[in-house]
Each structure stands twice: as C-alpha cells, then as structure tokens.
Design a protein around this ligand. Structure first.
Ligand code: TPP
Length: 375
C-alpha cells in the first residue's frame, strides 16, 4: 500500500500544484489527505468529472503546469467529451494527470454497476489513444510511474491516465473534517420518515450511493416489496431525469425523486428542464448533508447554494427547506397541495450506520419488477 502523503509530495516535486476532481471510494484515503493537506486555493472539488477536466485545462493555460484530475471510473464517461474534443493532443494538447479509481477491475468482486465499466476501462483508454499506467503499490515504483507520467504528458502534450486498484492507498493520517451538525437527523432516519409520509403507492427514484441502499434496506425490514422503487445505482446525477421520464408518462401516481446534494450539483441544469416539462405529479426531495457522504464525506459546493431559491428561480412551482423532521408531514402535504414540480431540501447530517446492506435483486430483476409494478 502507498501512503497518500508520499504521492502528494512526489506530485508537488513534479510541479503538479492543482488538484481537482469528483471523489471516489477507492481514492478515499488520497482524497482525505488532499482535503487536509492542500490549501483550498489549490484544490477544487468539481460538480462533475468533465468540469474537473475543464478546470485542469484552464489551470494549464495560465500556468503551463499540469493539474491532477481525480475521479472514479464511473465518472470517466463525463470526462470523455472534454478529453477528446479539447484536451486531446490533436486539439489543444493539454498535459494533465487523471487519477482514476478502478472500480470493477477484472478479478475483483464489485457491484453490478461497476463490472462492465471496470472491464472495458483499459480498452476505453486505448481507444481514446491516451497513454496510461496502473499505480504500483510499491512506493519507489509509484514514484517512477508518476515521474514518467508527468514527463510523457508534457512531452506529448496529452492527458495521462493512472488507474488505481482497490486498497492501493494506506489510511491517511489526516483528520476527517465533517461539518458540525449535531442537531440534524441522519439521512437514514429522514429517508425512513419521508418514505412513510410518501406512502406505498408512489413511484420513488432514488439517487446513487448510500441513500438507495438505505431505501432498499428500509423496504426489506418493514416487509415492503419496494417494487415501485427505482434505485439509480450508477449514473450519478441522473435520478431526477429518470423521474422526469417516468412522470411524463405516468398519469396517476406521484413520482418522487430522492436526490443528494452532490448528485443535484452534478447536473444542476436539469432543474430548468424539469421545471419546463415536469407534470404536477413530479416531487423532488434533496437530502442535503453538504458532502459526498457515500464515498468518504468530501465537501460539495452546496454550502454556497440556496437550493429552494434555485429551484424557484428555475421555475419549480414551490420549494422549501426543512431541518426538523417533526415538520415533514406538513411539508409533504404542502408539496402535494401546490402540485409539482415541487422541491423540498431536507437538511441531514453526514454519516451512515455501518453495515447497510446492498440490493439483493439483480438490476435486471429490479427492472422487471419495477416495470410490472407501475404498469
Ligand atoms: C458519475 C459518477 N461520479 C462519481 C461517482 C462516485 N460516487 C458515488 S456516490 C457519490 C456521492 C454522492 O453524493 P451525494 O449526492 O451528496 O449523496 P450522499 O452520498 O452525500 O448521500 C459519488 C461521488 C459515481 N457513482 N458516478
């Protein structure tokens, strides 16, 4: 295993002085170290992976130095467009390092949504004609790879990808800094109370990460089938669009999207399209814990955002914020009363109960059950 501090030191020696990306569970220890050790002026957690390529590109234009972009391979698709149509050596030719958490690496057991992306990862890099390597777990070899990656990126004016395998990093010595929010409920408790207030007849589209796992577990422990839940296990940021697609063709039932703040920011433009097109049965709840909780608790930029104000400005019929779960039934009644698209920001604290289960149905089974249950 490699100490994240050592990687950061080596990158600094190599002249890499901007860090940007979207957090990943495999890069959790590296990310924790970057949050603690790199000053805010040199570390930008981006809304999505494509935006972090943009930030790295801008940084290079002004400084002539490569930035490091970190991401989970789930988010590589978001980065493909700016990589190929801007940073590529046949376009502007922008040196940068891509540090990619390799979920679903062949031979390593992982969740269904990671298996295909993991398997095609190196073929995608080859097809894109990007130079790449796998981060060695021996620290000296890792140093050598980083050195040659920066040299190659600069000599060939190209992004260089470094794949990171599971458990490559040793735990960072950096302290975890989480927002201090003792008065707020946990996401799990808020979710359970919301699920009860929403009732069993509605359709629920839940966002990527822990929230979907918590919803699945809640349905199991309360003896519900969860048949009308669609768990957005991959495609982070798209739960609200999926809910829109369903709601457009759903004449009777309510369609609820249970979203996260990181996921909301990832494709924030969707709010305007929802406001423009969603029918009255579209009801949107954002569980705002201020962080990417599911992959290690790194902050999102939601702290500077007034979510209800943004929703209203985008054209939602109503929007509100709630911190005390005692007010939840009234808030749900208000959303129903105003009609959708309506948004509720639910302030919750970061963190999850250890040992939350994972969906036991395959995605294909869930799809069939869901389609049968809502037809
Ligand atoms: C496109 C993409 N990028 C990154 C990830 C990794 N990832 C999974 S969950 C998650 C955090 C989600 O944060 P948020 O929406 O705020 O929900 P929370 O985990 O805080 O409940 C991330 C970054 C992913 N699955 N897909």
């Amino acid at each position: 295993m490699i100490d994240p501090a050592r990687i950061l030191e080596r990158l600094t020696e190599l002249g890499v002085d901007l860090y940007t990306g979207v957090p990943d569970s495999l890069l959790k220890e590296f990310g924790r170290h970057v949050v603690a050790a790199v000053p805010r002026g040199r570390h930008i957690i981006a809304a999505n992976e494509g935006a972090s390529v943009g930030i790295a590109l801008g940084h290079y234009l002004r400084t002539g130095r490569p930035a490091l972009v970190y991401l989970q391979n789930s988010g590589f698709g978001n980065a493909v467009n700016p990589l190929l149509s801007l940073a590529d050596r046949e376009v502007y030719g922008i040196p940068m390092l891509l540090l990619i958490g390799w979920r679903g690496q062949p031979g390593v057991k992982d969740e269904p949504q990671h298996v295909k992306q993991g398997r095609v990862m190196t073929a995608m890099l080859d097809a894109m004609e990007l130079p790449w390597g796998v981060l060695p777990t021996d620290p000296d070899e890792a140093d050598r790879l980083l050195t040659s990656a920066v040299e190659r990126a600069e000599a060939d004016q190209t992004p260089f990808a470094i794949l990171v395998e599971k458990d490559a990093f040793s735990p960072s010595a950096a302290p975890t800094s989480q927002p201090d929010t003792p008065d707020l409920s946990s996401r799990e408790e808020a979710l359970q109370r919301l699920a009860e207030a929403v009732g069993d007849d509605a359709i629920v589209v839940s966002t990527t990460g822990m929230l979907s796992r918590e919803l699945f577990e809640h349905r199991e422990t309360t003896g519900r089938s969860g048949a009308r839940d669609f768990l957005t296990v991959g495609g982070m940021g798209h739960a609200s669009a999926i809910a829109l697609g369903i709601a457009k063709r759903e004449p009777e039932r309510e369609v609820w999207c249970f979203d996260g703040d990181g996921a909301l920011l990832m494709h924030l433009g969707g709010l305007a399209v929802i406001a423009d097109h969603a029918p009255r049965n579209y009801l949107h709840v954002v569980f705002n814990n201020g962080v990417h909780d599911s992959v290690g608790g790194q902050p999102t930029s939601i702290g500077v955002v007034d979510i209800p104000a943004i929703a209203r400005a985008a054209g939602y019929r109503s929007a509100a914020r709630l911190s005390d779960l005692a007010d939840l039934p009234a808030a749900v009644a208000d959303m129903r009363g105003s009609g959708g698209p309506a948004l509720l920001e639910l302030r919750v604290r970061p963190g999850n109960r250890p040992g939350i289960g994972r969906p036991t149905r395959t995605p294909a089974e869930s799809k069939r059950t869901f389609m049968d249950a809502i037809r």
